[in-house]
Design a protein around this ligand. Structure first.
Ligand code: GLU
Length: 410
């Protein structure tokens, strides 16, 4: 099953619950615009590399479109299409005044020099600058991109259109970025884990957590959960997984990773296991916070956690999702669980438009407020309809996007 088919299936399941007719389904599912561009750059050795870049703008009925840019070798049109739609539902369920978009380049950024990365980024902006901007579509970081890249994007876009830092979010905090944007997705996962436990009548100290991925999302989620008294027993990155049943000293792991080029290779404070073993660990909570499509029919029966928070976008295959639901596993879906990032992106955009800067405490408080409200609504909807949290989240999102579409008229 393709990534976009999986997102569509989750949409259809919820659309059935609200009796959305076929014509409206077709309208809400189709992307407004899909752009594919050539990104040709000169490498440091003088050779020419030709890459392919994408921007899919899914829906703008609730506001300008919003979503990250991914630099990864697996990026293709179908993946970007699926991620763009996820952004529409994510912004709607959290009630941000945005539609959804996503973009990316099929490239392994680790294989580029710093200068090559900058040239690729600027060249990509040259190709798509006229289809994004503060009031149309606002890019942000995603897998393989960071605040420095967002700064280059802003600088390149402004060469065409003039000063307007709101044209992209996730910029460096000292240069028109929001305080707390970098930690926001992981922190949001942590905040929501806390809320979810409260509803389930459980305590953090009795909750063992395994986190797959120690990038921006996994790292900050681990930090928040550790500080909130959860027992983080396993973490992982591309080098493998690290398990300590008594709990990992997350501060030590963070320090280690940051001092070893963002890698846990050689981390000796925990037992080295495989990423496959991490998925099947005897824990209460599992947080996939790396790639999509990691929980499938092949490994769903190994899962012992009864709570899953989707830190990554699309980590659970729909067939596996069905089985987990039948087994009574509580899953907080990506469109809620990892919405902290785009929420603080929204704060950044608002601050840029107002030429005013908030402090970190204000950002954190407002993030907590937005996520708590969204979580409570999703929980309520799931209880009222007796459906999964995923279906409830999609129901709320579809209702909002549908209403905006109808109000605006075709
Ligand atoms: N890439 C992030 C996501 O998938 C953040 C998007 C944004 O900040 O606009 O939600």
């Amino acid at each position: 099953m393709k990534a976009s088919e999986a997102t569509q299936l989750y949409f259809e399941n919820a659309a059935d619950k609200v009796d959305l007719d076929d014509r409206m389904r077709k309208l809400l599912l189709a992307a407004k615009r899909e752009v594919q561009v050539q990104v040709a750059v000169e490498l440091d050795n003088g050779e020419i590399e030709t890459l392919v870049g994408y921007r899919v703008q899914h829906d703008n009925s609730r506001g300008p479109m919003k979503g990250g840019l991914r630099f990864h070798p697996d990026v293709d049109l179908d993946e970007v299409r699926s991620l763009a739609a996820l952004m529409t539902w994510k912004c709607a369920v959290v009630n941000l005044p945005y539609g959804g978009a996503k973009g990316g380049i099929c490239v392994d950024p680790k294989k580029l020099s710093h200068k090559e990365l900058e040239r690729v980024t600027r060249k990509f902006v040259d190709q798509i600058h006229d289809i994004f901007g503060p009031h149309t579509d606002i890019p942000a970081p995603d897998m393989g991109t960071n605040h420095e890249i967002m700064s280059w994007i802003r600088n390149q876009w402004e060469k065409y259109h003039g000063f307007n830092p709101a044209c992209v979010t996730g910029k460096p905090a000292e240069h028109y970025g929001a305080e707390g944007r970098e930690e926001a997705t992981g922190r949001g996962v942590g905040i929501l884990a806390f809320k979810l436990l409260g509803r389930l009548g459980r305590k953090p100290k009795d909750t063992r957590v395994a986190i797959q991925g120690f990038g921006n999302v996994g790292m900050h989620a681990a930090k928040f959960l550790h500080e909130a008294d959860f027992k983080v027993v396993a973490i992982s990155d591309v080098s493998g997984a690290y398990y300590r049943p008594e709990g990992i000293d997350v501060a030590k792991a963070l320090h280690y990773s940051l001092n070893h080029g963002r890698s846990l290779t050689g981390f000796e404070e925990a037992e080295r296991i495989s990423n496959t073993e991490l998925i099947g660990l005897n824990v209460e909570m599992l947080i996939p916070a790396a790639l999509g499509g990691v929980i499938t029919m092949d490994n769903v029966n190994q899962i012992r956690a009864n709570i899953i928070l989707e830190g990554a976008n699309g980590p659970i295959h729909p067939d596996a999702d069905r089985i987990l639901n039948e087994r009574g596993v509580t899953i907080l879906p990506d469109i809620v669980a990892n919405a902290g990032g785009v929420t603080v992106s929204y704060f950044e955009w608002v601050q840029n438009l107002q030429h005013y800067k908030w402090g970190l405490n204000r950002v954190r408080q407002e993030l907590d407020h937005v996520l708590t409200q969204a979580f409570d609504q999703v929980w309520q909807e799931a209880n009222d309809r007796q459906v999964s949290l995923r279906t409830a989240a999609y129901v709320i999102a579809i209702r909002r996007v549908h209403r905006a579409t109808v109000l605006a008229g075709i």
